[in-house]
Structure formats: C-alpha cells, structure tokens
Design a protein around this ligand. Structure first.
Ligand code: FES
Length: 141
C-alpha cells in the first residue's frame, strides 16, 4: 500500500471503527487511559474454552491514530488464542498503521495495545509481563 492508502485506511478506521461497542457478559474487560491527553479505551473479549478470542469489541474516545489503532487491533486479535497476544508488539502496530508515527504520538498508537496486553495478561495472571510492558510504555516518548 502507498502512504496515501495507509493514510486513507487510518481515516476510514477512525470514521468507521470496526468492532466498536460492547459485549454482553465479556470474559475479559479492561479500560485504560493515556495520562498525557486523557484519551481512553475499553476492550472486551469473549474467549472460548481453548482460549481463542471469538469476539472482541472496544469503545472509548481518542485521536484518529489511537482510534484507528484500536480498530485495526480488534481485527488483528480476533480469532487468535489469548496466549498469542504476547507476540504482538510495537512493530506489529506500526506496520499495520503504515505511516511514520512521530515520537510524541507513539503513545497514541500504542494505547490500544497496552489495554489489550494488560487485559489479557491480567486474565492469565502474568504480572511479570504487565510490569515489562509498563516499563516499555514509560520509555515511549
Ligand atoms: Fe490522546 Fe492520541 S492524543 S491518544
């Protein structure tokens, strides 16, 4: 895709976010905020007995980059096993967004990933991974 196509894709996800809303009786839910701007999202998941993410929804408010990133992330994680969330990182998010994200906007792009990771790690009881990701988050400019 060209730069323009990625830009258009971000605007499309912002204006028509995929999997936006709530799930009745979710198995996992987590809400977090970007303290720099107050933007916030909640992600909710339905998990089957094997740990597969059979449904995911998000809601909240934020800038174009954070909302597009959240929308794209729901498409990325749907159908995956929750244990695979560990393999998702900054690189995947930036690749999917496809445009250069300046350092001050990095937290915009990563806020949805933070919510998803902390949600799933809490569910799995992986406190160590939460701490590691929070350290990475703190270092982002
Ligand atoms: Fe708040 Fe982008 S300005 S997440």
């Amino acid at each position: 895709m060209s730069f323009e196509m990625y830009q258009e894709n971000i605007l499309d996800h912002y204006n028509n976010p995929r999997n936006y809303g709530t799930i009745e009786n979710p198995d996992i839910k987590f809400h977090d905020v970007n303290p720099l701007c107050g933007d916030e999202y909640e992600f909710q998941f339905k998990i089957d007995k094997n740990g597969k993410i059979v449904d995911v929804k998000f809601h909240g408010n934020g800038c174009a980059i954070s909302k597009a990133s959240a929308s794209i992330l729901t498409e990325t994680v749907k159908g995956k096993n929750i244990r695979e969330i560990k393999n998702l990182g900054r690189k995947n998010v930036l690749k999917n967004l496809g445009i250069t994200i300046s350092p001050p906007r990095l937290k915009c792009a990563m806020l949805p990933l933070k919510v998803v990771k902390v949600a799933v790690y809490s569910y799995l009881g992986n406190q160590k991974e939460i701490k590691e990701f929070e350290k990475e988050w703190d270092k982002m400019e």
